[in-house]
Design a protein around this ligand. Structure first.
Ligand code: ADP
Ligand code: MG
Length: 344
């Protein structure tokens, strides 16, 4: 057979393939955008979605804004205001670091940015296609901060679009991400709106974790929460969170895990926590657990997954064991104190 010649892919094809890895569904796109708003020190974030985010995903913040002069490259791949040297990754404190989110979104959706910095006299608006600014930014009235509008997600990726099941399911995933970030970032006010629906979810500015858990997951859970915190010098670990006591149980395990403020998955920690609770809870029921874990940034590799959803950290097994035994004594203590109380 004739051996096919090796050729370099067109830049556009490369970019679209990469974009499909970073942005897998509306909830991923929204997570990236939320993180950008938080990186921009926003104290108020409003989100609107239509059709589960497939038709429209809009996020407005009151953060520092984007300079007009940066509009030209803001959506190109690997343009960022957050990272300069590879070594900076070891101490990265912002969510973003590789300048891929906006670029990726512009390759798989129609993207419009409106932004105003404190020193601009007006806001500027522009649209972007495949990483490139279209025309020149239009001056217009606006408040300080940024509005990112994402329309027709995956309009040019038919297979992906078909694979996404229902708008209702996508909506649920988007709402889940917003709710979790709202709980973790309790000082920031969040508003989440389904277009055409009056039932916004709102968390006030300067709220508390518990209050936001109440707003998002309901009082049934919020009233059974206890604070859980621990420190461990050996692993340079600090943990804080709220967990339900042994008298609360539910069918679905609600596990909110933030490691150095990033919402992540850690199946082994999740399993381990579930196991600790299983001694106390009725069979096949689970707790609600919100944990914020701080580890030394130099012990974490955040760059192992395109969606940054998974991270690797040093001494993972030992750290999980340490948390499990802390949890064990917390639950034991709460069980005993309740027993003592009811026996009085
Ligand atoms: P990264 O977050 O990794 O830097 P992004 O593609 O998400 O990459 O964003 C590119 C750049 O655009 C950011 O570094 C930041 O300077 C700017 N930016 C994006 N969103 C916002 C926002 N909501 N407010 C202010 N600046 C933003
Ligand atoms: Mg980003």
């Amino acid at each position: 057979m004739a051996v096919p010649q090796i050729k370099k892919l067109d830049e556009d094809v490369i970019n679209r393939i990469a974009a499909g890895e970073v942005i897998q569904r509306p909830a991923n796109a929204l997570k990236e955008l939320l993180e950008n708003s938080l990186d921009a020190e926003a104290t108020n974030i409003q989100i609107t979605v239509k059709n589960g985010g497939l038709k429209l995903l809009q996020i407005q913040d009151n953060g520092i804004g984007i300079r007009r002069d940066d509009f030209g490259i803001v959506c190109e791949r690997f343009t960022t205001s957050k990272l300069r040297e590879f070594e900076d990754l070891n101490k990265i404190c912002t969510y973003g670091f590789r300048g891929e989110a906006l670029a990726s979104i512009s390759h798989v959706a129609h993207l419009t940015i409106t932004s105003k910095t404190a020193s601009d006299v007006c806001a500027y608006q522009a649209s972007f296609v495949d990483g490139l600014l279209q025309g020149t930014p239009k001056p217009m009235a606006g408040n300080q901060g940024t509005i990112i509008t994402v329309e027709d997600l995956f309009y040019n990726m038919n297979v992906r679009k078909k694979a996404l099941r229902s708008p209702a399911e996508e909506y649920q995933k988007v709402a889940d991400v917003v709710g979790k970030y709202a709980i973790h970032n309790a000082s920031v006010g969040f508003a989440f709106k389904k277009s055409g629906d009056n039932n916004d979810i709102r968390t006030p500015q300067n709220s508390s974790h518990i209050e936001n858990i109440r707003i998002i997951y309901g009082n049934e859970i919020a009233k059974e929460l206890m604070e859980f915190s621990m420190e461990n010098q050996m692993y340079n670990l600090k943990l804080k969170g709220y967990i339900t006591n042994v008298y609360y149980s539910t069918k679905k395990f609600q596990f909110l895990l933030f490691i150095n403020n990033r919402l992540v998955d850690c199946q082994s920690l999740k399993k381990c926590i579930d196991h600790v609770y299983s001694t106390y809870l009725p069979k096949n029921t689970h707790p609600f657990v919100y944990l914020s874990l701080e580890l030394d940034p130099s012990n974490i590799d955040v760059n192992v997954h395109p969606t940054k959803h998974e991270i690797h950290f040093l001494n993972q097994e030992q750290i999980i064991e340490t948390i499990a035994s802390g949890l064990e004594s917390k639950l034991l203590g709460s069980n005993n104190s309740r027993k003592a109380y009811t026996q009085l």
